[in-house]
Ligand binder design. Structure first.
Ligand code: GAL
Length: 381
């Protein structure tokens, strides 16, 4: 029964995401491996079966899967470490991950340990070593520093524990090394290049292409995440690339790291506004938390988003999507933590059950503009 419910829920969620993706209008960036869910391949067959037959087929499939899988989910111990609990987006992600593991996969709540890495790689390393000592079956790790992956992988591999890395992508050569050396490690994330491109396109698609003061040059400030993180690097680079690709002349006035943090986003934007004033046409923020901070600074300076300045973020936090609907923000990009959390949990279970797992899984981003913000809100609220 439980597995039947899971299949239906997955199919539904995936259809919603797919239809949203279609609304986004742009072609998804190239992905490195299989899409987030397998529900699309199952869809045509399902459409032809009656509800009763479908139920029976799913139950039989579930029984068969249970026999092959062997390991009872209730017995599986999952060790999770998040780079820091204080991060808004990773909080949504972590809650969804736990919910899915318990409600859809059947892992016992007491067998899931979720640790706060406190943005300290040493602290996180201790948590990982504790998971090893305590004989956890699999780990899901959101690294504090992606550069620590070789050490983490080596220690987990030596202990025979598979690792699913999430959110902070290790080096591509390392991902290849897992394959070449037969190491049980994978990365589940989203291609940050795509989110950057979407941000740039959201500005380029405005009637004035982001040139708020109409002087022929789009002058912008860039509020960056943590620059060690590829998400920050790619969003910074690709947003501007998309704008220039649309034939827009640009000038960067300020680029500063805000570490994904709302207060820092507010401070950086406030300083930039007092230094450059009306010259600023666009505020690009690598994430929504910083964009919310930027919005506070913009309002405090008496400027009006979508009238004399534009503002975009990434993640699609509920508050931000509401702002996109009511015109207080220009746009954002949905960072699909449902798809990412579900894929991470599914791959962790596949590892435990000895199934084949690819080295990289990328979940698509979705553009969020006034046209589809209502739909996105339905999905995330
Ligand atoms: C990004 C996300 C940010 C922050 C960061 C942490 O994908 O957009 O808000 O959570 O991950 O690594």
């Amino acid at each position: 029964m439980r597995l039947t419910r899971k299949v239906t829920a997955m199919a539904l969620a995936s259809c919603m995401v797919l239809s949203l993706a279609a609304c986004g209008g742009s072609k998804p960036a190239e992905t490195t491996a299989a899409p987030a869910t397998e529900a699309t391949t199952a869809a045509p067959a399902e459409a032809e079966t009656t509800a009763a037959a479908k139920e029976e087929a799913e139950t039989t499939a579930a029984d068969a899967a249970a026999t092959v899988e062997g390991k009872d989910p209730a017995e599986v111990k999952v060790g999770i470490s998040i780079y820091q609990f204080a991060d808004n987006f990773m909080t949504l992600y972590r809650e969804e991950l736990k919910k899915y593991l318990v409600e859809e996969i059947g892992v016992k709540e007491e067998n899931i340990s979720i640790m706060d890495g406190k943005n300290d790689q040493g602290e996180q390393m201790n948590q990982i070593r504790n998971f090893i000592t305590q004989g956890y079956d699999v780990m899901i790790i959101n690294l504090v520093q992606a550069s620590s992956e070789p050490t983490v992988t080596e220690e987990c591999n030596a202990a025979g524990i598979p690792v699913v890395y999430i959110n902070r992508e290790p080096e591509a050569e390392r991902e290849q090394a897992w394959v070449d050396e037969g190491i049980k490690a994978t990365y589940v994330g989203a291609d940050a290049r795509q989110s950057g491109t979407f941000q740039g396109e959201e500005i380029a698609e405005l009637e004035n292409k982001g040139d708020a003061d109409g002087d022929g040059v789009v002058r912008y400030i860039m509020v960056q995440g943590d620059p060690e993180n590829v998400d920050a690097q790619y969003r910074t680079e690709k947003s501007i690339e998309a704008l220039t690709a649309a034939g827009v002349e640009v000038e960067e006035l300020v680029k500063m790291r805000g570490d994904w943090d709302q207060t820092k986003g507010q401070e950086i934007t406030a300083n930039a506004l007092s230094q450059h004033g009306a010259k600023i046409d666009v505020v690009f923020c690598n994430n929504d938390a910083m964009a919310l901070g930027a919005l506070q600074a913009i309002e405090a300076a008496g400027r009006k988003v979508n009238e004399d300045i534009y503002l975009v973020g990434v993640d699609a936090l509920v508050e931000v999507v509401e702002h996109v609907m009511n015109g207080k923000m220009t746009g954002t990009v949905f960072n699909d933590y449902f798809g990412q959390a579900h894929t991470a949990a599914d791959k962790a279970m596949d590892f435990v059950n000895g199934k084949d797992v690819d080295n990289v899984y990328m979940v698509d981003y979705v553009k969020v503009t006034p046209e589809n913000a209502g739909e996105v809100l339905e999905l995330i609220k």
